[in-house]
Design a binder for this molecule. Structure first.
Ligand code: UDP
Length: 455
């Protein structure tokens, strides 16, 4: 008898692949057969960096299709990447499904696509396959995307997504306000990138109408107002490997777990953890200012300095920095972040507020120092600082730079005021209840899995 066979498709970025692969592992654990489709470049990264202690890798069939760019081309050029995805991937996806259906006894019965890959939902519909959308970021961000027509009607953006005026948008009273210049697709510096990203946004909104299920890596406790705007959106998160006591999969870089041993040697709630996700880039002056700020806190710190995080080809620390901080500071190129944030030695998280980082810190009751870089990160900062009140902004720029003084003073302020930690622990309790048996997110995921099984 044919079994359900799901084809899962993430958007090709680190912050999308990790939660989508986590969702995949939940399906596999329930006995569902899954094929996971990456772009060719990302498939190589993910499979080569997978520390697969759970042997889930044997149960998931990892496949890839080209994104249309040459292997050596720069995928951080989002305009080029987006146009190439839209031009190349729909046909390649169709060919892939036809090939699977010809060669495998279990034909593809369902496509689950990241809503940023809305075109994949369109392909699934055309091929007569059942489909669901997955949203790995905040629902507040998704709500701003789904409201794009209203933004056009209100004269805030034009029909190519370009901003027409500066305005603070408040989609509902208890949702974070967002400045028009910080809308997910507007934040880019050039017109071509805004327009190409807006094409993905339009596809995402179309896909919303074409799916039976739309599941989100969030929880009602964090985003009640955003969920109430769109009842079709169902929370199933936070989907974290740590919730099932397993290792996170899907990394593009090799994680350095030696920092966990270093954390074991530190005092409880003493360490500043600093990580800015997979995209953030600093200029050299800003990078050195962070280093000096951390040095002057006189506290232990664990800092992720990702390859390519500065524009320079080699990472240059301030003169004598390494000698002065010695073993008080630990620097790694990629950390096992979920395990770091779950460690009792961590006192706070200096973060760019990517949604995964936001969920991971929140699930572990860790207060934040927020320093958004782009896209939805401003929304997430607003949740943390204005709505949940579990963190503070780094905000006093001098000549475009967050100074070492701002860093040390905000660290001191955050850690001397116990209300931030208390609020963070309160949210930890709420979000973990939601993913436990009987919780709302848990129930939604179980119902979704039942739907997949009905073929
Ligand atoms: N991450 C990690 N090790 C690091 C830095 C980040 O494992 O040293 C993971 C982090 O746990 C999160 C993801 O990378 O799951 C980053 O996603 P996020 O949405 O926070 O930011 P993005 O990279 O999309 O900007």
């Amino acid at each position: 008898m044919a079994k359900p066979h799901v084809l899962v498709i993430p958007y090709p970025a680190q912050g999308h692949v990790i939660p989508t692969l986590e969702l995949t592992q939940r399906l596999v654990k329930q006995g569902i057969k899954v094929t996971f489709m990456n772009t060719e470049v990302n498939n190589k990264l993910v499979t080569s960096n997978w520390l697969d202690k759970d042997s889930f890798g044997d149960l998931i069939s990892m496949v890839s299709i080209p994104d249309g760019l040459e292997p050596w081309e720069d995928r951080s050029d989002l305009c080029k990447l987006t146009l190439s995805i839209l031009q190349t991937m729909p046909n390649k996806l169709e060919e892939l499904v036809e090939k699977i259906n010809k060669e495998d006894d279990d034909k593809v019965t369902c496509v689950i696509a990241d809503d940023c890959m809305g075109w994949a939902i369109r392909v699934a519909k055309k091929m007569g396959i059942r489909r669901a959308a997955f949203w790995p970021a905040s629902v507040a961000t998704l709500a701003s995307i789904l409201s794009f027509q209203k933004l056009i009607d209100d004269g805030i953006i034009n029909n190519k997504g370009l901003p027409l005026k500066e305005e603070t948008i408040q989609l509902s009273e208890t949702m974070p306000p967002i400045k028009s210049e910080n809308l997910g697709w507007v934040c880019f510096k050039d017109v071509a990138t805004i327009e190409s990203t807006f094409k993905l946004i339009q596809e995402a909104e179309e896909a919303f109408k074409m799916t039976e299920w739309f599941i989100c890596n969030s929880t009602i406790e964090l985003e009640a107002a955003a969920f109430s705007m769109y009842p079709k959106l169902l929370p199933i998160g936070p989907l974290l490997a740590s919730n099932r006591l397993a290792d996170q999969a899907g990394h593009f870089w090799q994680e350095d777990s030696t920092c966990l041993t270093w954390l074991d040697q530190q005092q409880p709630s003493s360490v500043i953890y600093i990580a800015f996700g997979s995209f953030t880039i600093f200029n050299q002056t800003q990078f050195e200012e962070i280093a000096l700020g951390l040095e002057h806190t006189n506290r232990p710190f664990l800092w992720v300095v990702r390859p390519g995080m500065t524009k320079e080809t080699t990472t240059e620390y301030p003169n004598g920095f390494m000698e002065r901080v010695g073993s008080r500071g630990r620097i790694v190129s990629w950390a096992p972040q979920q395990k770091v944030l779950a460690h009792t030695s961590v006192a706070c998280f200096m973060s760019h507020c990517g949604w995964n980082s936001t969920l991971e810190g929140t699930t572990n009751g860790v207060p934040f120092l927020c320093w958004p870089y782009f896209a939805d990160q401003y929304h997430n900062e607003s949740y943390i600082c204005d709505i949940w009140k579990t963190g503070l902004r780094l905000e006093n720029y001098e000549s475009g730079i967050i100074t070492q003084g701002e860093i040390t003073s905000k660290v001191d302020k955050l850690l001397s005021d116990k209300t931030f930690r208390a609020k963070a622990l309160d949210f930890k309790e709420k979000v973990t209840t939601s993913v436990r048996e009987g919780g709302f997110s848990h129930r939604n995921l179980s119902n979704f899995i039942e739907w997949i099984k009905e073929i």
